[in-house]
Design a protein around this ligand. Structure first.
Ligand code: BMA
Length: 314
């Protein structure tokens, strides 16, 4: 019988999980959602946290860390744009930040929902102490965007994205190119929910900024499966071709992290593990920052070689 003989986990939940909760913020909040972290050149870590106020209006709140695991929220959230367009496009929520270091600065993408369905906002920052809004970088409905940390040889930027298939609520992972991070095209379909079936049956999207390994670009993605009582979010991994990253070399057919711990199973939205960042250290240990049950922020640890093993064999 042909079935996956998976005999070990490749990611380990940190014993201090959840590492960040609403109670850690200086004023009362409902929940910390899917948040992204990055390691700075100075060896510190910054997390951009989506937090929901008591009325569920979103804030983006910075948190700092020396070990990449324990984060201290700053006294105040980020100032966000105040103009009419921003108010309209992000009226309901802005969420799922992703951070890429490229061109000597941080580029931050944030999905926004409001009067125009989902659009993604691009911000830039020298130090992640404040964010400068650049523009929205798509027409609706597109989300789960991550910018590659390197340009192609021809100078173009690349991003992964998840345009929704109209009327379905689902979509597949695509890759597009841009000369300036604003205008995007030359697009390729990368990974489809039908490639993975069950655990991605109800959709999937890129979760983390691609990391270049000797075997290609490693990404984590989230897979969604609706059933009678839950909309389960779990996490898979894939290796994309180094030069033509719309080609999938290997992909886990099973999740490498799925809701199991109490803080992932129970919360505002049950059965959710949703990463927005993966940080790989020089010794190839990996930190995965993920939101759990749309309520708290967690960390899982692993080794790069084990993730690559899972892509090849799971
Ligand atoms: C993200 C956001 C959240 C949502 C979550 C599951 O993409 O849309 O608001 O609940 O997925 O964690």
């Amino acid at each position: 019988m042909d079935y996956a003989r998976i005999d070990r986990a490749v990611l380990t939940r940190h014993p201090d999980n959840p590492v960040l909760t609403a109670a850690d913020f200086p004023v009362r909040m409902r929940a910390v959602y899917n948040s992204a972290a990055i390691k700075t050149a100075a060896g510190r870590y910054v997390m951009l946290c989506r937090v929901n106020q008591l009325n569920h209006k979103t804030l983006l709140w910075g948190a700092d860390s020396t070990d990449g695991i324990h984060f201290a929220p700053r006294p105040e959230p980020f100032e966000m744009p105040v103009d009419e367009l921003w108010q309209s496009v992000s009226r309901s929520v802005y969420y799922d930040p992703r951070i890429t270091w490229i061109d000597g600065e941080y580029k931050v993408l944030i999905a926004c929902e409001g009067d125009q369905n989902c659009r993604v906002a691009l911000f830039r920052s020298a130090d992640l102490k404040s964010l400068e809004f650049v523009n929205f970088v798509n027409v609706p409905d597109n989300r789960n965007m991550v910018i590659f940390p390197r340009k192609r040889a021809d100078g173009r930027y690349m991003r992964l994205e998840r345009p929704n298939i109209p009327g379905s609520g689902k979509g597949n992972i695509w890759l597009s190119h841009s000369p300036d991070l604003i205008h995007w095209g030359d697009s390729y379909e990368v990974l489809k929910s039908t490639d993975l079936w069950n655990f991605c049956y109800s959709g999937l999207g890129a979760s983390t900024v691609p990391f270049l390994t000797a075997e290609g670009w490693l990404i984590l993605f989230h897979g969604i499966m609706n059933n009678c009582t839950t909309r389960e979010y779990s996490v898979g991994a894939a290796l994309l071709d180094r030069d033509e990253p719309w080609k999938v070399l290997h992909c886990t057919k099973h999740p490498i992290l799925y809701p199991e711990a109490d803080y992932e199973l129970r919360g505002l939205v049950e059965h959710v593990c949703f990463p927005c960042s993966m940080i790989v250290a020089d010794d190839e240990t990996v930190l995965v920052h993920y939101g759990a049950a749309d309520t708290v922020q967690c960390v899982a640890t692993g080794r790069l070689s084990d993730l690559i093993h899972a892509c090849r064999n799971w």
